[in-house]
Write a protein that binds this ligand. Structure first.
Ligand SMILES: [Zn+2]
Length: 375
């Protein structure tokens, strides 16, 4: 028999090989920030390589890790750490490849992710020396740099999509430009094979304080995003996370709700409507401890119980797995070992995370049955 025929008979067809590899992924991460996703060891190696000034204050990894992952005094203090990482990720064309390729590798190999939605405010990764117009003009290349990095490692076949975040502390003109960019780029990932990292949704993040007086502006931008794309561009917003962040006016314009834990805790009457609208809560347990919103994971028990009773889906997410040093399987485990949820509820949340993913096609990956088969 000719050697080439023998080889052909024993080799696995590429589509079968690809499927076998893709099926390794188990979980879907729906709420993860590009700044807070970077693990302290990845960040430390990058800062060391660049001889960053902070290395004088935190010369050993242990000291840096303690500083980076410590508990914060509140949401505003917590958000300051995002600003630190954002500075390290500028300019995007030089630094983003390093961070995103390592993020994808770690998420696929160690966190068992099949799917990830990565969110960020593109304006905050542009060159801070430029004026506002110049920075707005650079935002598209930030998004493209992330897509290029997300597409660069086919050996880690993780489906990655981007969510662009408007920010409550940025001027109206910038948020409008972020909304427009998300609208423009939202169709780009569909037809191209091998292209990972397309834009699927628009978010609103940042401190709660400016929300109240700007709520009309944010509602108008979400409405624009939906109307102009016929709903192709999805929406989510950081809302009902803390006592100060409860803005029901945003809810009718959202496909999912970023956090939303104050709804079952303080406004349970809203749950019926949220169930009817099919809006899923993105619950990020460790965040609430780090921001001081909750004191213990067990305070989330009524959140899961009331949502289950009313038929509201919950996807468990990390928000900032690097900043917390708690990765997605760790979030699941933290809730299970404290009996905040049982295996049945975990299975429901895992399935919900794929059902409410903005760009996951078809049923959850086969291996998920290992953890979600009813007993
Ligand atoms: Zn968040």
């Amino acid at each position: 028999m000719p050697r080439s025929r023998a080889r052909a008979r024993t080799s696995v067809p590429p589509e079968v090989a690809a499927r076998a590899v893709a099926d390794i992924g188990l979980y879907a991460e729906l709420h993860l920030h590009l700044g807070g996703a970077i693990l302290p060891n990845i960040l430390f190696a990058h800062m060391q390589r660049d001889g960053h000034a902070l290395m004088k204050r935190y010369p050993t990894y242990e000291r840096f890790e303690r500083f980076f992952t410590r508990r914060r005094t509140g949401l505003a203090d917590y958000l300051k750490m995002h600003a630190l990482v954002e500075r390290l990720q500028r300019p995007a064309d030089q630094h983003m490849f390093y961070f995103v390729t390592r993020l994808v590798r770690g998420a696929f190999l160690f966190d068992n992710l099949a799917y990830m939605e990565l969110r960020h405010t593109p304006y905050n990764r542009t060159d801070a020396a430029l004026d506002m117009r110049g920075r707005i003009g650079q935002m598209r290349s930030v998004v493209q740099a992330i897509s290029a990095a997300a597409s660069a490692q086919p050996q880690y076949p993780l489906v990655l999509r981007q969510i662009l975040c408007m920010h409550s502390a940025l001027p109206r003109e910038v948020n409008e430009a972020i909304c427009e960019l998300a609208i423009e780029m939202s169709g780009e990932h569909e037809p191209m094979a091998g292209y990972n990292g397309g834009v699927v949704a628009l978010d609103l993040a940042g401190p709660n304080e400016p929300y109240a007086e700007r709520i009309g502006e944010f509602v108008a931008l979400f409405r624009r995003a939906r109307n102009r794309t016929g709903g192709r561009l999805k929406t989510t917003a950081h809302v009902f996370e803390t006592d100060a962040g409860c803005f029901p006016k945003l809810l009718p314009y959202l496909d999912r709700i970023g956090h939303g834990i104050q709804i079952p805790l303080r406004y349970p009457k809203l749950l019926g409507r949220i169930a009817r609208e099919g809006q899923c809560l993105e619950v990020c347990p460790t965040t609430y401890l780090r921001t001081g919103t909750l004191r213990d994971y067990t305070e989330l028990r009524p959140v899961f119980a009331r949502c289950k009773a009313e038929g509201v889906a919950i996807a468990i997410c990390t928000d900032n797995g690097g900043l917390h040093n708690v990765r997605l399987p760790g979030e699941y485990e933290n809730l299970l070992v404290r009996d905040v949820i049982g295996m049945e509820e975990l299975g429901e949340c895992l399935r919900a995370s794929f059902r409410h993913a903005f760009a996951w096609k078809g049923p959850p990956p086969d291996p998920l049955r290992r953890v979600t088969i009813p007993r």
